[in-house]
Design a protein around this ligand. Structure first.
Ligand SMILES: [Ca+2]
Length: 123
């Protein structure tokens, strides 16, 4: 009898290209959940809306490449613990302006104000 899996690896995949899945991230062990390193696995990610799949494998069955079709390093029936699909929906979040955009805004607004004032003075 084999022992139960105690060292999971979590991988998150995003749908595409075509019918394949692209690796977003994978994690073997996490730090801090129980005051130090432990063998559990976890990912904390900010994701865009889309279709994702999470796979759970047992150590040391890591994803071999950037695509799910690349397989896993120890691909074998007992090392694959499951695959779970996720559909994330939500509103599009407006991007936070970059530094250059802030600089353009800080320069542009006073310039527009100055030009408007100048036009009013002429009339
Ligand atoms: Ca682990």
């Amino acid at each position: 009898m084999s022992s139960p899996p105690t060292d999971p690896i979590l991988a998150l995949w995003q749908a595409g290209p075509s019918s394949d899945w692209t690796l977003v991230s994978q994690n073997d062990d996490v730090y801090g959940a129980y005051g130090g390193w432990d063998w559990d696995s976890g990912l904390r990610l900010d994701l865009m809306a889309g279709s994702y799949m999470a796979t759970v494998t047992n150590y040391s069955n890591f994803a071999k490449g950037p695509l799910l079709s690349d397989g896993f390093s120890g691909a074998g029936g007992s090392d694959n613990l499951g695959a779970y699909t996720l559909n994330i929906t939500g509103d599009t979040v407006a991007p936070v302006p970059e530094t250059e955009e802030w600089v353009m805004l800080m320069v542009g607004l006073p310039l527009v104000g100055w030009m408007t004032r100048r036009r009013q003075e002429k009339t």
